[in-house]
Design a protein around this ligand. Structure first.
Ligand code: ADP
Ligand code: MG
Length: 254
């Protein structure tokens, strides 16, 4: 479903991703761990094309992200896609951030309807119907007309998840979705993510919630200094890591 091959990312002189190789199978959950500054957010932002990569390639469902393959003088060459085509590719990748980034002047329903109407060109009534369905799915059927300021952090994050789902994405990326929440609100968001995983959604989740990883992850990847240092099932990466950097990190979070 997702294939990152030799992905590099520079911010000016800072070499932030240094050859990331990652394969995510359809319908699986990948939990990404790693110290602050190791490049986890950047990796997700590259998959979602919020950032342009410096080298390597990213494919989603076999389709190259951001480029079209062609030829130049008889040799294979890559051509950058038009921003409109990139927007179409991006619509297939849902993303949920640490900060919920809801529109403060719109209700929960308005927030969830916005992109399907504006980006996908859906009619209002169809978008509304789907928004109600998605908000019900995250347990907020009784909060449709509430504004973000009237919702708890956990509820706001669930609206953000519903908003991403309303675009009918092929894959969902979560960047530390519970780290800005009060501890008592973490469970309700992880519960929604657990349900989503059981429904067969392909997910990449950056989180330090090791309990969630144990329950839900098909694959755990440990990232440090811009590379994936170790990857495999929970029993391998969390319970029997072989790399010293993984051991050191786990000693801090466990
Ligand atoms: P993580 O999510 O693992 O904490 P990030 O992907 O946010 O790591 O950051 C990786 C590195 O890239 C850090 O050193 C960070 O300072 C740097 N970085 C992230 N975003 C930018 C940016 N927009 N401009 C310059 N440097 C950045
Ligand atoms: Mg981050």
């Amino acid at each position: 479903m997702v294939e990152m091959t030799g992905v590099h990312k520079w911010y000016g002189d800072a070499h932030v991703l240094r050859g990331v190789d990652l394969v995510v199978q359809q319908g699986t959950v990948t939990v990404m761990l790693g110290p602050s500054g190791s490049g986890k957010s950047t990796a997700l932002r590259c998959i979602n094309q919020l950032e342009e990569i410096g080298a390597g390639s990213i494919r989603v469902e076999g389709e190259l992200m951001g480029y079209r393959e062609g030829t130049k003088g008889g040799s294979p060459a890559l051509y950058r896609l038009h921003p409109r085509q990139i927007a179409t590719q991006r619509a297939r990748v849902g993303m949920v951030f640490q900060r919920f980034n809801l529109f403060p002047h719109m209700t929960a329903l308005g927030n969830v309807m916005e992109a399907p109407v504006q980006v996908l060109g859906k009619g209002k009534s169809e978008a509304r119907e789907r928004a109600v369905e998605m908000l019900s799915r995250v347990g907020l059927a009784d909060r449709l007309d509430h504004y973000p300021a009237q919702l708890s952090g956990g509820q706001q994050q669930r609206v953000a998840i519903a908003r991403a789902l309303a675009m009918d994405p092929d894959i969902m990326l979560f960047d530390e979705p519970t780290s800005a929440l009060d501890p008592e609100l973490v469970g309700e968001v992880l519960g929604v993510m657990r349900d989503l995983a059981s429904s067969g959604m392909t997910m990449i989740v950056v989180t330090h919630e090791i309990g969630f990883a144990r329950e839900v992850a098909d694959q755990v990847v440990f990232m440090a200094d811009g590379v994936i240092v170790e990857h495999g099932p929970v029993a391998q990466v969390i319970d029997a890591p072989t790399e010293q950097r993984t051991k050191d990190f786990l000693a801090h979070v466990l």
